[in-house]
Write a protein that binds this ligand. Structure first.
Ligand code: HEC
Ligand code: HEC
Length: 335
């Protein structure tokens, strides 16, 4: 990491053409896409589980109002978020935080803005049960599903060795299996990492260097999915203390939220857990000098003094992370 940053700075200093200045070999190690999706030992992938999980994910009949599915708030049309600043739940009540994307979560290590869920399986039943969201009693879930005969077949196929497979535990496993396959596709940035110099413009390449050096974005948005799966206070004005609620004694966890991955970020505004920043330009201005200074502020955040050109380069680079994914097909739900 350090090595190529030094190379980049050195070469920029001597005015060498940008394309040659980056140590592509070292870069590949940091940003190369993974070859396969990791599935946990106790919930390996099967096509049948995926089919069931996709149906459950898109099925509003799992909510008490019959109108809310996971996809209401994690909608593929909005890069698996809802395109709103704050989520809207049962009977249109406003939720306290933004609905995050579920993109690339197979690689994440902890879930929710404040990290209160350890696995996708553990997470999946939460929104069904939440009074503010899908608002059902998990005990009623098998009854709800057994009233739809088509589901019995899908559960049998997905969990073939079980006498009574229609259970909350299997609902969670199937949904988590589907979620892990929600992965952003190849973006211009990936083609550049693989060696196609024409995939990015010089401005975008410069933005990548600013991202990794002067702006220190990579201090937290690291790796191919651009997240360290960790929690930081980035100085937003919101009064929500985030992970601080779970770790009240740890100063740096006050106002700390999970680092969001940046793949397809262009499609996901407004930004942050409170939806307070409307555009990527506002995000860059925030990190440049717009943050609140307080004891919990991350040590990785300091005034950047970016030039207007550098800010433009950063935003141009962020847009190279957008992949042209195939449209997601809606499942025909069981009757
Ligand atoms: C009413 C809107 C709404 C519905 C319906 C909903 N979610 Fe969410 N989801 C949210 C919000 C808001 C958060 C963030 C809450 C927080 O962190 O405090 C969230 C967080 C998540 C996360 C954590 C993402 C991360 O990066 O850690 C996952 C995974 C998730 N939801 C999956 C689901 C699944 C699966 C369903 C259906 C069973 C579902 N959601 C239904 C709004 C919703
Ligand atoms: C100290 C770690 C850290 C640094 C440095 C950092 N980020 Fe972030 N980033 C985060 C965290 C944590 C969040 C979520 C914060 C929240 O919502 O409260 C986030 C959120 C974002 C989001 C919004 C994502 C979404 O879906 O809402 C964007 C865009 C972003 N960062 C871009 C950048 C850029 C560009 C830089 C460099 C100028 C940068 N970040 C530097 C940790 C960091």
């Amino acid at each position: 990491m350090r090595h190529w940053i030094v190379v980049v700075f050195g070469m920029l200093f001597f005015g060498t053409a940008l394309a040659e200045t980056i140590d592509i070999v070292e870069l590949k190690e940091e940003y190369e896409r993974p070859k396969s999706i990791p599935f946990p030992e106790n919930n390996q992938f099967s096509q049948e589980k995926w089919v069931l999980g996709k149906a459950l994910y898109f099925d509003p009949r799992l909510s008490s109002s019959g109108t809310q599915s996971c996809a209401t708030c994690h909608n593929p049309s909005f890069s698996w978020g809802d395109g709103m600043g704050l989520g809207v739940g049962h009977q249109h009540q406003q939720l306290g935080r933004k609905s995050p994307t579920i993109l690339n979560l197979a690689w994440d290590e902890i879930y929710m803005w404040d990290g209160r869920k350890a696995t996708l399986e553990e997470q999946a039943l939460g929104p069904m049960e939440s009074a503010a969201e899908m608002n059902i009693d998990i005990k009623d879930l098998p009854t709800i599903l057994n009233e739809i005969p088509g589901y019995a077949i899908l559960f049998k196929q997905a969990f073939p060795n079980q006498a009574d497979p229609v259970s909350a535990e299997n609902v969670a496993k199937a949904i988590a299996t589907f979620e892990r396959t929600v992965v952003s596709g190849e973006a211009p940035f990936d083609r550049w990492i693989k060696g196609d110099e024409s995939a990015l413009t010089d401005e975008e390449k410069r933005g990548f260097i600013v991202f990794n050096t002067k702006a220190n974005c990579a201090g937290c948005h690291s790796g191919w999915a651009f997240t360290d799966s960790s929690f930081h206070d980035i100085g937003l004005k919101s009064e929500d203390i985030g992970r601080g609620k779970m770790l009240p004694k740890v100063e740096k966890m006050q106002f700390a939220f999970k680092t969001v991955g940046l793949r397809n970020i262009e499609l996901r505004g407004p930004y942050m857990h409170d939806g307070s920043l409307k555009t990527l330009d506002e995000v860059v201005d925030h990190y440049d000098s717009g943050f609140v200074k307080r004891p919990s502020l991350s040590d990785e955040i300091e005034t950047l003094n970016l030039t207007t050109a550098e800010k433009k380069q950063l935003v141009a680079f962020l847009k190279t992370l957008t992949s042209a994914d195939e449209p997601v097909s809606m499942p025909v739900l069981p009757r």
